[in-house]
Design a binder for this molecule. Structure first.
Ligand SMILES: Cc1ncc(COP(=O)(O)O)c(C=O)c1O
Length: 431
């Protein structure tokens, strides 16, 4: 046995004095707290269908076999030394050719920053563009943006959205803040809503950004940039089309930072590989940030992804069945909830458009159900989990106003049988 240091590392007087102000003010993820609740109930032997985490159960959704085999082959071939901080040239080149082929965007060399998932490029983008006190405009509900706002010491302007717009921002709510904004954060398909921004809305926003920036740049002022988080863009259902700021308004290439990853589209959240595509003068700066964090992706994974993004037809069969299975689950849920609504039960769902999420609203506020008085989103979440074994995340965990009754369902870790069982238990509860 080594030296027991438990008493020292948990010293109650010392502990609160250890972190700095920035770290002390950081909020933990609410979703992780909910995961603890799910775990407790499962340990008691309760049947729980877990729709909370934006992740995949590898038994339901393994990564593409070709990706697995390539990673193993690259490791065996000795791809184990430091990759460059900006990403291996093979992968940066493959991402450029992939964007050219699949998104119709021909970016020059030097436009790609690779990282261990989408998060390091996102963080690097914020830190490269935003100074303390700068204004960041983003819509709610949104994934994690407010944490990055906090980390930058920026002023966050959270603009409200409406279910009838698929919880996407409109020009009407964004443009009043445009003259003060340094960064606008957009995400489509959207976590948590599973919806997509309409091309007309995105175009209108981008045209306004371009007009604003012509004025600013002529006056020697810093332009407003758009961080476009498109990590779910390959998970779009039916004949819907994904648009980017640049495909709609080419001049936006000067002002757009695309963020992307294999995490969601290849069910590879634990593989940790993502990237940003942006103007090379920004990438040069982001490279230094990612380099100092050491937040690069493992070399073998980069080489493996390069081989597949260079020849995306090798992953197409996987994409077809993966997307089909996600869509089937989301549709099964949406139809089940919609059928309950048609029976007069207090629930409705939005049509799933993309990503791995479904939005639904429970109209239970002010009621008391099985001893639970529903006076907050947390009370609603607790009711659904404890009385129906249905674990979901309220939109308020994504910065949406408290008390809306809107919740996110994630289908990356559930089977069709889990969904059917959850719908049955929910119907019984709501009746
Ligand atoms: C919209 C969005 N962007 C970025 C990320 C982060 O992706 P990664 O796991 O590649 O860091 C997530 C993960 O949930 C996400 O939902």
């Amino acid at each position: 046995m080594g030296l027991d240091v438990r008493a020292w590392v948990h010293d109650e007087q010392v502990a609160p004095l250890l972190p700095n102000q920035l770290a002390s003010g950081l909020q933990g993820s609410q979703i992780l707290a909910i995961a603890g609740h799910v775990k407790r109930l499962r340990a008691e032997g309760r049947a729980i269908s877990n729709f909370t985490i934006g992740d995949f159960d590898p038994e339901q959704f393994p990564i593409p076999r070709v990706f697995h085999d390539e990673i193993v082959a690259q490791l065996a071939a000795g791809q184990t030394h430091y990759p460059p901080a900006v990403g291996v040239p093979e992968l940066r080149e493959a991402i450029r050719s992939f964007y050219d082929e699949r998104l119709g965007l021909d970016y020059p060399e030097g436009s790609v920053q690779v990282g261990s998932g989408a998060r390091p490029p996102i963080y690097a983008a914020f830190r490269t563009v935003v100074d303390p006190g700068d204004v960041i405009v983003y819509a709610v509900p949104s994934w994690n943006t407010r944490y990055y706002v906090y980390l930058c010491g920026a002023e966050g302007v959270a603009v409200p959205t409406r279910p009838e717009d698929g919880f996407m921002p409109t020009a009407e709510v964004v443009l009043p803040h445009l003259d003060r904004a340094r960064l606008i954060v957009l995400n489509s398909p959207l976590n948590p809503a599973g919806t997509m921004i309409a091309a007309s809305v995105l175009r209108e926003l981008c045209e306004a950004v371009v007009a604003e920036n012509r004025r600013r740049v002529a006056a020697g002022k810093r332009p407003v940039l758009v961080l476009y988080d498109q990590v779910y863009w390959q998970l779009v259902f039916g004949d819907r089309e994904h648009h980017t700021p640049v495909t709609l308004v080419p001049e936006m290439a000067s002002y757009t930072i695309h963020v992307d990853a294999v995490s969601k589209c290849w069910a590879a959240t634990g593989v940790r590989l993502g990237w940003a595509v942006a103007p090379p003068p920004l990438i040069v700066r982001m490279k230094s940030l990612v380099g100092h964090m050491g937040a690069w992706s493992a070399r073998a994974e980069q080489m493996a992804a390069a081989a597949l993004l260079r020849e995306p037809v090798r992953v197409d069969p996987f994409m077809g069945s993966f997307k089909g299975a996600l869509h089937e689950r989301l549709e099964r849920l949406a139809q089940g909830l919609t059928a309950m609504g048609a029976e007069g039960l207090p629930v409705r769902a939005l049509e799933p458009q993309g990503a791995i999420y479904l939005s639904a609203r429970f109209d239970l506020f002010g009621r008391t159900v099985k001893g639970h008085t529903i006076d907050s989103d947390e009370a609603l979440r607790t009711l659904l989990l404890e009385e129906a074994g249905v674990a979901i995340v309220p939109f308020s965990a994504f910065g949406y106003p408290e008390g809306s009754g809107w919740v996110r369902w994630s289908v990356g870790s559930v089977s069709l049988a889990d969904i059917d069982a959850a719908l049955d238990r929910l119907r019984t509860l709501l009746r």
